[in-house]
Write a protein that binds this ligand. Structure first.
Ligand SMILES: NC(=O)c1ccc[n+]([C@@H]2O[C@H](COP(=O)([O-])OP(=O)(O)OC[C@H]3O[C@@H](n4cnc5c(N)ncnc54)[C@H](O)[C@@H]3O)[C@@H](O)[C@H]2O)c1
Ligand SMILES: O=P(O)(O)OC[C@@H](O)[C@@H](O)[C@H](O)[C@H](O)CO
Length: 386
């Protein structure tokens, strides 16, 4: 069986690639990083190490790579005969890879018109749905209907903390032991892929929102508050009582928003929160706050991990999301020269001021209660530096 996976980065190699190998697939990684692609083709295997006391190791075999900038035709050919296509490139890159995926699917329609599922494994609500829209922009109207019957774009939620890698071996990946991959079964075309580790569900929305608004919302606290306080890693930040207090407050607010929306059981949700806090404290993982905080404009988006739960909390409880607002204030203050979005955000802040910058990146109305809360917290968080 053949898998084509876009993005041979942390989660691509450390999670999706590992599960595909264990399920019996040969995985062709597609990436623009020539060194990684060359190494994949030279070694045809790599190690995944579990970040835990016993450092268990899995050797992922049956892998190869294609540099999509240099060999786009080979990517098209790989999609023509693939049994599954997956991505883990980052939400902002989905529109960029869409054209090549469209070329591959059009070629498949002509030469091998069989069912195929394309699963975007990105931290966002509706990743595969967005990819489908972007792919269809490159498909002539007369081919779209046939494509929609053969090619499924099931949305997915993926959860495994994979930090930036600092190993001598370029391909080796250190990952946390925990993982979860949930896929929307209702959008699958043809047979449901037989991959151990995927949970198929009929309605993905509660799963992706629970993951994004707990794991990823929670992660922003040691990232942005931690960075604001001068910490370099998530682990360092997680040793600070003030960070832990804000983390707990933030997860209680996002948890309340989820409970109000989906009726989750309160005790079960508290257990889920506890487990996640424990994962952030894993001493065997060194995760930089700048990785977790990467792309602050994306993370401050209306549907993303901060603004959405804060807005739902306000709407459903009528109360001020004090802790989420604190974390949003720290995100709005995030400065890191090597992150293009952080630089753009600070330029906006310098030109328009905090209030307008927040409104424009988060799609919030002037004078909205959330904007007011964040403005208040911009002052309050100054005490964290004292
Ligand atoms: N790392 C994690 O802990 C984690 C966990 C769950 C989900 N995710 C999600 O997975 C996605 C990838 O994250 P990551 O941490 O692996 O990032 P990463 O930067 O390690 O990997 C992204 C890869 O995509 C490649 N890429 C960039 N442009 C490309 C293009 N045009 N064509 C093909 N490849 C391209 C990059 O070269 C890189 O190898 C993100 O959406 C992220 O939110 C990450
Ligand atoms: O990947 P991002 O930039 O959306 O978010 C950063 C981290 O919160 C994220 O990568 C987590 O490590 C991951 O989502 C855990 O499953």
């Amino acid at each position: 069986m053949q898998a084509v996976h876009f993005g041979a980065g942390n989660i691509g190699r450390g999670f999706i690639g590992a599960l595909l190998y264990q399920a019996g697939y040969h995985t062709t990684f597609v990436d623009v990083n020539d060194k990684v692609i060359e190494e994949l083709n030279n070694k045809q295997q790599y190690n995944v190490i579990l970040a835990a006391e016993n450092k268990e190791q899995l050797t992922v075999k049956n892998v190869s790579g294609i540099n999509s900038m240099q060999n786009p035709d080979s990517v098209v050919a790989a999609i023509e005969k693939a049994d599954i296509v997956t991505t883990a490139v980052g939400p902002n890159i989905l529109p960029i890879i869409a054209e090549l995926i469209a070329k591959g699917l059009r070629a498949r329609l002509a030469s091998n018109p069989t069912e195929l599922n394309i699963i975007a494994c990105e931290n966002m609500v509706g990743g595969s749905t967005l990819l489908k829209e972007k792919v269809m922009d490159h498909v002539p109207a007369e081919e779209q209907e046939k494509m929609a019957t053969l090619f499924g774009f099931p949305d997915a939620a993926v959860d495994r903390i994979v930090p930036n890698q600092v190993n001598e071996d370029l391909l080796e990946v250190s990952v946390e032991p925990y993982y979860e991959w949930v896929v929307d079964r209702s959008a699958i075309k043809g047979e449901v892929p037989n991959i151990d580790g995927i949970t198929f569900v009929e309605d993905l929305t509660p799963y992706i929102e629970r993951k994004l608004f707990t794991v990823n919302t929670g992660h922003t606290v040691p990232a942005y508050i931690g960075h604001y306080m001068g910490y370099k890693t998530i682990n360092e930040a997680m040793h600070d009582e003030k960070v832990l207090e804000i983390l707990s407050g933030t997860l209680n607010e996002s948890g309340e928003a989820l409970i109000q929306t989906y009726g989750f059981d309160r005790d079960e949700h508290q257990t889920y929160i506890k487990k996640i806090i424990g994962r952030f404290q894993n001493p065997y993982i060194s995760d930089e706050v700048t990785r977790v905080g990467r792309g602050p404009i994306r993370k401050l988006g209306a549907k993303d991990r901060l603004i959405r739960p804060a807005s739902v909390y306000l709407e459903t409880t009528g109360k001020e999301p004090v802790f989420l607002a604190k974390t949003i204030a720290a995100a709005l203050s995030y400065q890191f020269d090597e992150d293009a979005e952080a630089v753009e955000l600070q330029e906006k802040v310098a030109q328009q001021g905090y209030e307008q910058a927040l409104q424009s990146v988060a799609g919030l109305e002037a004078g909205s209660p959330l904007v007011e809360s964040v403005m208040k917290q911009l002052e309050e968080i100054k005490q964290l530096k004292a």
